[in-house]
Design a protein around this ligand. Structure first.
Ligand code: MSP
Length: 665
C-alpha cells in the first residue's frame, strides 16, 4: 500500500493518441484542457498526476508503416516522439507519456487479461462481422459492403477465432453503477447517450485478433494479439504502476478527458474490464465536443486540419490556450477560426489583461517610485469604488466554482469582469489627473492600490489558463513565489502589501495586426504542409528499439540548420509604387522591383508608413513564399519588418548602398 499523502491526490488523463498521424489542433485542445485542470487542481491543494501518451498498435499503424516502407515499431516510434515533443514544446507534457509499446504496458495488459480470465469473464469464440479499420471497431448491425456509420469509410468482413470479453454480463452492473454515481459520465447529454446504449443490451466483445500482427501478444496464445481497445485503455493504469498500482496510490483515475466519439469505450468497456478484474473504477469521464473547421469535424481524412505549431510560432501558446478555453463551451462542439483567435487575442489579452497590467504598473512606477501605495480610508469619496473588494471576493468564489465544473469559458468571463471593472475604474478616476494635485495624493494611492490588487487577483485566477503571462504579472507586482504553488483558497482582497517593490512594467501581449497575423499563420501552415509529416531529423534521433524500449528519446526543441535557413530566399527590393487597399486601413499594395521582375506585394504597413514615403525605398523581400490573397488582392512575397513593442512595423533596410535584386545570406 502507498504511504499516506500530505495532500489528496488527483489523477487525470488525456486520450492516448494514435500514432498514424500527427497532432492537429483538436488533439491539442484535449491536452490543453487536461493541462489546465492539472494546473488548477494544484492550486487547489491536490497532488496532481497527469498521463498522456501514444496508442501505437492496430491495423492503421501497421498499414501506414507498410506504406512508408518501415517496420511498425520504427514508424510508430518516430511519430510518438513527435507527439511527445509537441506537448513538451507547448508546455503541456503531463507527468507521464505512456506508450502502448512500453514493456510495462505490455505486462499490465497481459496481467489484466489474466485477472479477467481467472474471474471467468473471458471465453473463446468465433466471430464474423463488419470491421472498420479506421475506427478499430466492429460495426454492429452492418452487413457486407456497408459503410461505417461513424467515419463513412467502407467496412471489411472479418472472421476470426477470438477471445471474447463477456460484456453482456455487465449490463446490469454498469446500469447500477451509473445510477449510484450520477456524475460518472459528463456532460449530461453523453450520460444519456451511454445509458440508452447500455439499456439496449450489450454483446460480448471480441478482444483478441489473429488477423493482425502489430499488437500485444496474448501470452501462450500466438498468433493472438490484443484488440486495440483492450490495450490502449489499460495504458491509464500502466502509467501509474500497472499490477503494482497500489504502491503509488494514484489509481483509480479521478478524471479521464476524452473526445465525445470515444465515450462508449471509456464509459462502457473500460469500467466493465475493471469490474471484471476487481479493480477500482475511475471517478469521472468527461467528454468534450469537437473542434470544427468549415462546419465539419477537423480530421486528417477530411483534409481540414489546423496544426498547432504555426499558430504557436506566430502568436504564442497562451493566446491559443485562452482562445480555445474562452471561445468553446466545454462539452460542446465549437468552430475554429483564425479571425476569432486573433480578435480574442487583441481584445481580451492585448487590450484587456495586458493593457491593465502595463498601465497600472507604469503609473505605480511613475507616481510612487515603483512601490505599491498604501490605500487610505476613502473619507466618503468614491476613490476605492465601494464594493470593489466584495465584488472581487465574490468573483473568486464564483470562478473556482466554475473551474470545478470545467466551465472554463464562464470562469474566464468572470475573471475578465474583474479586469473590465478595474479598467473602467481607472478611466473614471483618471489617476494621471489626480497626480497633478498634491491634495489628491491619498485618492491616487487608493486608486492605484485598488488597480494593482484587482490585477493580482485576476492574475492568480487566470493562472491555470495563462501560466506564463500571469506569472510575469505576479512577479511584476513584487510577488516572489511561483504562482503554480500558490493556493487559490487563500486568495482574498487586500493581501497585497503596501510598500512592495514592483518590477519594471513590461509588455505582455503586444497588439497585432489581424490580417497580417492571419496571413503569417497561414503562410507558415502552408510551409508546414509541404514538409513530410515525419521530419527526417526526428527519425534520426531515435533508435527503433524493441517493443520493450522505454519512453521515447526526446530531443531539445529543434534549432534550425543552415540548410533550413537557406530555404528562405530574401532579396533586396525597391518599391516602385504604393497604394492603400480599399477597405483595409492597415494594408498597402506595393509593386516591388526585385531585380529580375516586379512583384506585387500586400503588406500591413499602412499605419506606420504613408504610401508616398515608401516609393523608391529599398526593402528586404522574402521572394519564395507561396503567393496568397489578402483582402482579395494577390500578394507574391513578403516585406521584412521588425515589430516594435507597440506592434508597429519598422522596415528592415541597409546603411550602405546595395543593388536591387541582391540576395541576403
Ligand atoms: N487512440 C484513441 C484513444 C485511446 S484512449 C485510451 C484515439 N486516438 S485519436 O488520436 O484519434 O485521438 C482522439 C482524441 O483526440 C479525441 O478523443 C479528442 O480528445 C481529440 N480530438 C481529435 N479530433 C478532434 C477534434 N476535431 N476536436 C476536438 N478533439 C478532437 O481515439
Amino acid at each position: 500500500m502507498s504511504a499516506p499523502r500530505a495532500k489528496p491526490k488527483y489523477y487525470l488523463t488525456t486520450p492516448l493518441y494514435y500514432t498514424n498521424g500527427m497532432p492537429h489542433i483538436g488533439h491539442t485542445y484535449s491536452t490543453i484542457v487536461a493541462d489546465t485542470i492539472r494546473r488548477y487542481k494544484r492550486m487547489r491543494g491536490f497532488e496532481v498526476f497527469m498521463t498522456t501518451g501514444a496508442d501505437e498498435h492496430g491495423v492503421n499503424v501497421e498499414r501506414s508503416a507498410q506504406k512508408a516502407g518501415k517496420s511498425p515499431q520504427e514508424f510508430s516510434t518516430e511519430i510518438a516522439v513527435q507527439w511527445k515533443r509537441l506537448w513538451d514544446d507547448l508546455e503541456i507534457p503531463g507527468d507521464e507519456f505512456i506508450r502502448t509499446t512500453d514493456e510495462k504496458h505490455h505486462l499490465t495488459v497481459q496481467w489484466l487479461f489474466k485477472r479477467c480470465r481467472e474471474n471467468g469473464f473471458i471465453e473463446k469464440g468465433r466471430y464474423t462481422g463488419q470491421y472498420c479499420v479506421h475506427d478499430n471497431a466492429y460495426v454492429v448491425d452492418a452487413g457486407p459492403g456497408d459503410d461505417c456509420p461513424d467515419c463513412g469509410r467502407p467496412t471489411e468482413t472479418v472472421t476470426e477465432e477470438n477471445y471474447f470479453f463477456k460484456l453482456s454480463e455487465f449490463q446490469q452492473k454498469l446500469l447500477d453503477f451509473y445510477a449510484a454515481n450520477p456524475d460518472f459520465i459528463q456532460p449530461e447529454s453523453r450520460r444519456n447517450e451511454v445509458l440508452s446504449f447500455v439499456h439496449g443490451g450489450l454483446k460480448n466483445l471480441s478482444i483478441t485478433r489473429t488477423t493482425i500482427r502489430w499488437g500485444i501478444p496474448v501470452p501462450g496464445e500466438a498468433p493472438h494479439v490484443f484488440y486495440v481497445w483492450f490495450d490502449a485503455l489499460i495504458g491509464y493504469l500502466s502509467a501509474v504502476g500497472g499490477p503494482n498500482y497500489d504502491e503509488r496510490g494514484l489509481w483509480p483515475a479521478d478524471l479521464h478527458i476524452v473526445g465525445k466519439e470515444i465515450i462508449r469505450f471509456h464509459a462502457v468497456y473500460w469500467p466493465a474490464f475493471l469490474m471484471a478484474a476487481d479493480l477500482p473504477l475511475p471517478e469521472k469521464i468527461w467528454a468534450h465536443g469537437w473542434l470544427l473547421f468549415d462546419s465539419e469535424k477537423m480530421s486528417k481524412s477530411r483534409g481540414n486540419v489546423v496544426r498547432p505549431r504555426p499558430i504557436v510560432n506566430a502568436l504564442g501558446i497562451e493566446p491559443l490556450r485562452y482562445y480555445l478555453l474562452r471561445e468553446i463551451v466545454f462539452g460542446q462542439d465549437g468552430s475554429f477560426s483564425y479571425d476569432a483567435l486573433v480578435t480574442r487575442y487583441n481584445s481580451d489579452l492585448a487590450n484587456g489583461l495586458g493593457n491593465l497590467a502595463s498601465r497600472t504598473l507604469t503609473m505605480i512606477e511613475r507616481y510612487f517610485g515603483g512601490e505599491i501605495p498604501k490605500p487610505a480610508p476613502s473619507k466618503g469619496r468614491k476613490a476605492d469604488v465601494p464594493g470593489t473588494a466584495e465584488f472581487a471576493n465574490e468573483a473568486l468564489t464564483k470562478v473556482m466554482r466554475l473551474y470545478d465544473r470545467f466551465s472554463f469559458s464562464l470562469a474566464l468571463e468572470s475573471i475578465w469582469e474583474i479586469v473590465a471593472m478595474i479598467d473602467k475604474y481607472i478611466t473614471v478616476e483618471k489617476p494621471w489627473a489626480l497626480a497633478e494635485k498634491p491634495e489628491d495624493r491619498e485618492r491616487l494611492a487608493n486608486v492605484l492600490y485598488t488597480a494593482a490588487e484587482g490585477l493580482r487577483i485576476a492574475a492568480a485566477l487566470a493562472h491555470p489558463v495563462l501560466p506564463q503571462a500571469t506569472q510575469k504579472i505576479w512577479n511584476q507586482l513584487g510577488q516572489a513565489e511561483p504562482l503554480s504553488g500558490f493556493q487559490l483558497d487563500l486568495l482574498s482582497w487586500g493581501q497585497l502589501k503596501p510598500g512592495t517593490k514592483t518590477g519594471k512594467p513590461e509588455g505582455i501581449f503586444p497588439r497585432v495586426d489581424k490580417s497580417e497575423m492571419i496571413a503569417r499563420i497561414e503562410a507558415m501552415e502552408q510551409e508546414q504542409n509541404k514538409a513530410p509529416e515525419i521530419p527526417p531529423a526526428a527519425a534520426a534521433s531515435i533508435s527503433a528499439g524493441p517493443a520493450a524500449a522505454a519512453a521515447p528519446a526526446i530531443a531539445e526543441p529543434a534549432k534550425i540548420g543552415i540548410e533550413d535557413f537557406a530555404k528562405v530566399e530574401m532579396r533586396v527590393g525597391q518599391v516602385k509604387s504604393a497604394e492603400r487597399v480599399a477597405g483595409a486601413d492597415k494594408l498597402l499594395q506595393l509593386q516591388v522591383d526585385i531585380g529580375d521582375e516586379v512583384r506585387q506585394i500586400v503588406a500591413g504597413l499602412a499605419l506606420a508608413y504613408k504610401p508616398e514615403e515608401l516609393v523608391g525605398r529599398k526593402v528586404v523581400v522574402v521572394t519564395n513564399l507561396q503567393p496568397r490573397k489578402l483582402r482579395g488582392v494577390e500578394s507574391n512575397g513578403m516585406i521584412v519588418a521588425a515589430s516594435a513593442p507597440d506592434g508597429a512595423p519598422v522596415l528592415a533596410g541597409f546603411l550602405e548602398d546595395v543593388p536591387v535584386g541582391a540576395k541576403l545570406k
